[in-house]
Design a protein around this ligand. Structure first.
Ligand SMILES: Nc1nc2c(ncn2[C@@H]2O[C@H](COP(=O)(O)OP(=O)(O)OP(=O)(O)O)[C@@H](O)[C@H]2O)c(=O)[nH]1
Ligand SMILES: [Zn+2]
Length: 192
């Protein structure tokens, strides 16, 4: 995997002061994906790590259809308090991309759930991979983590690191994401 790594820069936020560093992943087809790490100056020996997948609608637009935006805020808050890092992976729509995610949302408007909509479009329920996480953690010389997730598949998929503890990342449901969260629990095995 060919990865270009940026310098470290300061990022003051409403959650406190962080550092950021970008990782540009060269893909086989000549395209690239730019990921971001957001981390604290002080890092405990076993830091809290959140592997967050891009959700433009949830992270930036305040969408109520999912729990992504609130999970990101929770993660930044936790990391600011206890030390650690967020690995923000550009795997929009569980890696089907923004255009396909909007098509999936359109199918959900017609009654399909989040998994069935992906299948209808010819994708699996979750198309993400996590090789980048191994690369990032090696860069930070992190070998043991406390992982913020409810997703058992994510825990299984992370290689090259010892997950000392899983920390739940549960945010309150709302009328728009109740069915989505239920599907994540029943069809994708999320620990909700
Ligand atoms: N294809 C698709 N992607 C979605 C949908 N809703 C959210 N996403 C994407 O799902 C990703 C987040 O995954 P989640 O399944 O919510 O959570 P997770 O990261 O697997 O698990 P946690 O670590 O517990 O949060 C982001 O990339 C979102 O863009 C949807 O209805 N369809
Ligand atoms: Zn989302």
């Amino acid at each position: 995997m060919n990865v270009e790594i940026s310098e470290v820069a300061n990022l003051p936020t409403k959650f406190g002061n962080f550092k950021i560093q970008a990782f540009k992943e060269q893909l086989l087809d000549g395209c690239y994906k730019e990921h971001l790490t957001i981390f604290t100056d002080q890092m405990p020996e076993v830091p809290i790590v959140r592997v967050h997948s891009e959700c433009l609608t949830g992270d930036a637009l305040g969408s109520c259809k999912c729990d992504c935006g609130e999970q990101l805020e929770y993660a930044l808050h936790m990391i600011q308090k206890h030390g650690g890092l967020v690995i923000y992976l550009r795997q929009e729509g569980r890696n089907i991309g923004l255009l396909n995610k909007v098509n999936a949302y359109s199918l959900q408007d017609k009654g399909l759930d989040t998994v069935a909509a992906n299948h209808q479009l010819g994708f699996s329920a979750d198309e993400r991979t996590y090789e980048m996480v191994e690369k990032v953690l090696a860069h930070f010389k992190i070998t043991k983590i406390r992982l913020l997730t409810n997703n058992p598949k994510k825990i299984e998929s992370l290689k090259g690191v010892e997950i000392i503890e899983r920390l739940p990342i549960i945010v309150e449901a709302n009328p728009h994401n109740e069915a989505y969260l239920q599907t994540k629990k029943s069809k994708m095995g999320h620990l909700l």
